[in-house]
Structures are given as structure tokens and as C-alpha cells.
Design a protein around this ligand. Structure first.
Ligand code: ATP
Ligand code: MG
Ligand code: FE
Length: 340
């Protein structure tokens, strides 16, 4: 069963052909990172225009590389939200066009469900599972069931983990996106060099907060500047990352206890982080849990994860119709109501 997946929710234009939600036949991604780097972040209007410029090429190339024609596919999946509205509309319109001319089943995908489905690419997909999603816009604990339905247990009350990485990187004068840069530098620094806050650590609540951590780093840097104190950037990165990891690991462990789930997916762009992968693997050993990480190449936005999500929807008999809209904000409940 071959699924075409299209993703344009933010700053990558991506399309892929995936078999059975698992085997990636092709993946083509045009990243706009270099374009947005000049602005230090994603500019929505620039993103939409760039998607328009390359969307057709991206999809055609994904089909060519998979060596399939539209008529040989079994379905078309596309991100319908959440994300930048103008960016989403580009992929959605293209997908509707392909679905209309081919008559293929159409699957509107929740972007975060796509990040979770990335864990099943070239790996075993074994719901029910507990999911920790850590990306540029989200930090959430979820449960995914056998019908690819999601239940939200909790999430961030302010910034997302990836957002905190990007903001702290900016404070340190590092390039956008900051996650990969901090990841590298943190490995060479002292995680105890700076005393930084860890929100909700002693609370039973499954919530996260990262804006106070970012402010604490900013204040500490300002103090060092005033006192002509030298703080190695490696130490700042290591200390910041340790604070993030402590919270993510503790909350995931609490959620596992609360739900009784023993299989855990860690997904989203920040799941590519080497420190996080290490810390979660240690937790898995300690607490006898089974942990699933997407291959790092499937952690950030890509069409393959959307195709995989579409396959799980198809298996659960959850089809969409072509009157589906793009949604900047989209809860799991709202998404689940879009299909029947
Ligand atoms: P969302 O999925 O919430 O809509 P997004 O699609 O922009 O947001 P992703 O593409 O999933 O986010 O991930 C991008 C984020 O991941 C960025 O904030 C980036 O800094 C972060 N990131 C990428 N690689 C790493 C890494 N190795 N360590 C930490 N963070 C990382
Ligand atoms: Mg991105
Ligand atoms: Fe994403």
C-alpha cells in the first residue's frame, strides 16, 4: 500500500512515497533554512512564497525517485494543521489537486501525529504508546492508540523545547536553528557550570515551562557581561541542555507511571538531540521501558512522516474529504472529527 505524503506546515517543502507506513521509497525535501537564516527565524510570508515556488517539483521528484505514477498509489496524505496558515495551504491545495485528478483516497494529517508516526519508519509500529513530542512549536505528552487516535496528557504552558533551544542559541550568537548547534557544543561543556531552573520538576502535573529557563540564561549572560566574567559557550549550552533534559526525562517517567504504558516514542525535531537520546535510553534501562526514536533524518519536518501517518489513518478506516481546510491551530479532537 503506497502513500504519497506532503508536508508544508513551516519551512520545509517535502514530499515522500512510503509503503505500509514503514518503508520509505522516496523522500524529497527543500529546506528553506538558508533563506530564513538571514532573519534569524521563519518569516511566514517568505515561507509561503517559497513553498509555492517548489511544491510541484518536490512532489514530481518524489514520485520519480520512487519510480511510481500517481495511479499506482493507494492514497494521498497531507498536513492540514497545525502550522503557518499560508504555508499549510500550499501543500493542502496541491494534495487536493492530485487527489481530485487521481480519485485516490485523501488523508488530512495532524502535523504532530506525523512527527509521532516518524517513529514507525523503518521500524516497528506498536501502539498503544506514550509519546513525548519535542519540536519547534510543541512540547507535549500524548497517548496514541491502535486506531491512531491521540489523547493529550499535558504540555508546555509557554515556550516549546525547540523554541527554547533556538532562543538560547540566539542569545549565544549561534546560527538558526539553534538546536543542532547547542547539541554539538553541549557535549564539550560542563553541565553544572550554570545554576538554572527546572520548572514543574517537583510537581505531579504533566506540564512544562521553558520561558523562565531562557530568561535565566539571558540574565546570567548579562551578569557575566557586566562583571567582565568569561563564560565558555560550551558551558552555557551544556548547562541549558541539562536543565531541559532533566525536565523531559522526569515528566516522561511520571507519565509512564501514570498511564502504565511501557512503550515510549520520543519525536519531533528535538528528538534528534544526542543528549536527549542518551538520557531517555538511560531512563528506559532504569525503569524497564521500551523506547522508540525516529531515525534523526525523520525527526525534523518531512513528507515521509506524513505519508506514514496517512497509512495509519487508512488502516483505521479514517478517510478525509476534499472540503477539509488548513488550520493554524488544530487540536487532536478537532483533527479526529475531520475524518470518518
Ligand atoms: P512543530 O512541529 O511544533 O510545528 P517545527 O516543525 O518547526 O515545529 P521541527 O521541524 O519538528 O519543528 O523541529 C525543529 C526544531 O528542532 C527547532 O527548534 C530546532 O532547533 C530543533 N532541533 C533540531 N535538531 C536538534 C538537536 N539536535 N537538538 C536540539 N534541538 C534540535
Ligand atoms: Mg522546520
Ligand atoms: Fe514539525
Amino acid at each position: 500500500r503506497l502513500m504519497l505524503g506532503i508536508e508544508t506546515s513551516c519551512d520545509e517543502t517535502s514530499a515522500a512515497v512510503v509503503a505500509d507506513g514503514q518503508s520509505v521509497r522516496s523522500l524529497v525535501t527543500y529546506s528553506q533554512i538558508a533563506i530564513h537564516q538571514a532573519f534569524g527565524g521563519v518569516v511566514p510570508e517568505v515561507a509561503s512564497r517559497q513553498h509555492v515556488a517548489v511544491i510541484t517539483r518536490t512532489v514530481e521528484q518524489a514520485l520519480t525517485e520512487a519510480n511510481v505514477q500517481l495511479s499506482q498509489l493507494d492514497g494521498i496524505a497531507v498536513t492540514c494543521g497545525p502550522g503557518l496558515l499560508g504555508a499549510l495551504l500550499v501543500g493542502l491545495s496541491a494534495a487536493k489537486g492530485y487527489a481530485l485528478v487521481s480519485g485516490l483516497p485523501f488523508f488530512p494529517v495532524h502535523h504532530i501525529a506525523g512527527h509521532v508516526a516518524a517513529a514507525g519508519l523503518e521500524a516497528q509500529w506498536r501502539p498503544p504508546m506514550l509519546c513525548l513530542v519535542v519540536s519547534g512549536g510543541h512540547t507535549e505528552l500524548l497517548v496514541v492508540d491502535e486506531n491512531f487516535r491521540f489523547q493529550r496528557l499535558g504540555g508546555t504552558v509557554d515556550d516549546a523545547a525547540g523554541e527554547a533551544y533556538d532562543k538560547v542559541a540566539r542569545l549565544c550568537g549561534l546560527n538558526y536553528p539553534g538546536g543542532p548547534e547547542i547539541d554539538k557544543l553541549a557535549a564539550q561543556g560542563n553541565p553544572d557550570a550554570l545554576d538554572l531552573p527546572r520548572s514543574f520538576l517537583d510537581s505531579e502535573e504533566l506540564s512544562f515551562s521553558f520561558s523562565g529557563l531562557k530568561s535565566a540564561v539571558a540574565n546570567r549572560l548579562e551578569k557575566a557581561r557586566r562583571n567582565h566574567e568569561y563564560l565558555p559557550v560550551e558551558d552555557i549550552c551544556a548547562s541549558f541542555q541539562q536543565a531541559v533534559l532533566d525536565v523531559l526525562v522526569t515528566k516522561t517517567s511520571q507519565a509512564a507511571k501514570k498511564t502504565g504504558l511501557r512503550r515510549i516514542v520520543v519525536a519531533g525535531g528535538v528528538a534528534a538531540n544526542r543528549g536527549l537520546r542518551q538520557a531517555m535510553t538511560q531512563l528506559a534501562c532504569r525503569a524497564d521501558l521500551e523506547i522508540f526514536f525516529p531515525n534523526p533524518v525523520y525527526c525534523t519536518d518531512n513528507g515521509a512522516m506524513i505519508a506514514a501517518a496517512g497509512s495509519h489513518m487508512m488502516k483505521a478506516g479514517r478517510h478525509g474529504t476534499l472540503d477539509v481546510n488548513a488550520y493554524a491551530n488544530l487540536s487532536f479532537a478537532e483533527w479526529q472529527n475531520l475524518t470518518s
